[in-house]
Design a protein around this ligand. Sequence first.
Ligand SMILES: O=C(CO)COP(=O)(O)O
Ligand SMILES: O=C[C@H](O)COP(=O)(O)O
Ligand SMILES: [Zn+2]
Ligand SMILES: [Zn+2]
Length: 330
Amino acid sequence: MPFYGGSELATVYDDALTEGFGLIASNIAEPNIMMGLIEGAARKDSDILLQLSGGASTFAGNEDPVDGLQAMGAYIEAIADQYDIGVFLNMDHQSDLGFIEAQMDLGIPSSIMIDASHEPFEENVARSREVVEMKKDKDADVLIEAELGQIKGVEDNIEAAEAFYTDPEQAVEFVDRTGCDLLAISVGTQHGVAKGKNLELRPDLAQEIRQTLRDHGLDTPLVLHGSSGVQPRQLQEMLQHGICKVNKDTRYQYEYTRTAFDLYRDDGTAIVPPEDIDANRETFFNDTEWSPNKDIFDPRVAGRQIRDRIADVHAELTEVSGSAGHSRFA
Ligand SMILES: O=C(CO)COP(=O)(O)O
Ligand SMILES: O=C[C@H](O)COP(=O)(O)O
Ligand SMILES: [Zn+2]
Ligand SMILES: [Zn+2]
């Protein structure tokens, strides 16, 4: 199936709110993690929300983010057509209004996160509202995620040294004034390498935010950033309180590199000559009896192992988040 736009994604979030599950929103920057994620979701009959940050778009586009979005968008479309599940793309932690406008004009993303949460409240409201108005003016089929509160850690290229928890009453004002479709909240998670046992998670605050929004007629899907370190039971507790989108990037980055590392460590001499051999790499080892083993160093060998590992990890995560078995499109 082709990957879908905001109107279909909104129906998935409606199901998630009603049935109490969440989509694992999974960051990509290259094709192997992307293919593993879609395969893993398909194994579990789950729809999938892929994410591209500004940094990832720039990386994928040889330092041009628009080229990166177009290249990865075409790649995602081709692979999504091989599967029956719904595949969606969110532009993660966006702050460049020109790039956001290009995203809407290209019609590629299903949703866009405007991240102005590090700005003062009024500036955050103004910038988030500007993106919502842009969507309406363009009649763009995208959902808009905005963020209130700040979580620790490095997100794309913004370092947050401390956390600012989301205030429930301020959340009502923020959603009401911006018109955002999803709200990213700060309830104790952290971007990057973090351990759930060390996090001061506040599911009670997530519940209070959701209830306060509902009391004002706003049942806005809530987003949990920085979830790679959050443990399954911690995540499932959060999912009971209106969290419908759970962002993961760091875990997949680690799994990518660890999979390749294990392959190359276990077969090191297939790639690097033994220390007692003076092998000249520039001649491609012409003057020695030793040769590297193409059956190991061919990038497709590591690539396929990475795809399999990411598929296994994501399949398990769809069981934890409850999206397994809930595809609307299979
Ligand atoms: O929040 C994220 C992407 O927006 C990812 O969080 P992690 O760094 O915990 O994977
Ligand atoms: O929180 C997730 C990050 O914003 C994604 O940025 P990254 O692509 O640089 O990891
Ligand atoms: Zn942020
Ligand atoms: Zn994030």
